[in-house]
Design a protein around this ligand. Sequence first.
Ligand SMILES: NC(=O)N[C@H]1NC(=O)NC1=O
Length: 171
Amino acid sequence: MSSLTIIDVNELSDGQFESVFGNVIEHCKSASTRIKKQRPFKNVEELCEAFQKYLDDITEEEKLEILKSHPDLAGRLAIQGELTPESAEEQRSAGLNDLTADQKRLLDSRNKRYKSKFSFPFIICARENKVQSILEGLECRYNNDYEEEINTGINEVKKICKLRILDIVKN
Ligand SMILES: NC(=O)N[C@H]1NC(=O)NC1=O
């Protein structure tokens, strides 16, 4: 991918911008709606920073909505083939399509335990991880408190978002 230059991005119509960047934060169209108005951007870093700032500036309620819009890793949507294309590729790259039966059981039970404590799914940038580090992250972050996990989850969303933007825009 990486087919657009920053000049192309600045010249997209509002509608095109919203459709191209509408899922750089999973299921969060309002980010691209807000950020399209901040153009022109000097470079791709500035564009990434605008999305990161969006994630910093929203309310805790909006952060929770974003966290809750993420699919479980190797969860029901993955099994049913209903992930967004971005998420499907990220989960595949972490090796989540090739879990052993034991790994799948462990992942499911840790995901379930995490979600019942925090009310939102465990989120980690899959492209920067493999099965083992995901399982360890689930074990370790389960011990965090609620506010800490909202922040950690949003930080992971920022990493996912940046990599998605870099797939679209030439650096
Ligand atoms: N639950 C979770 O972390 N989901 C995600 N992570 C990622 O890299 N892509 C996702 O959809």
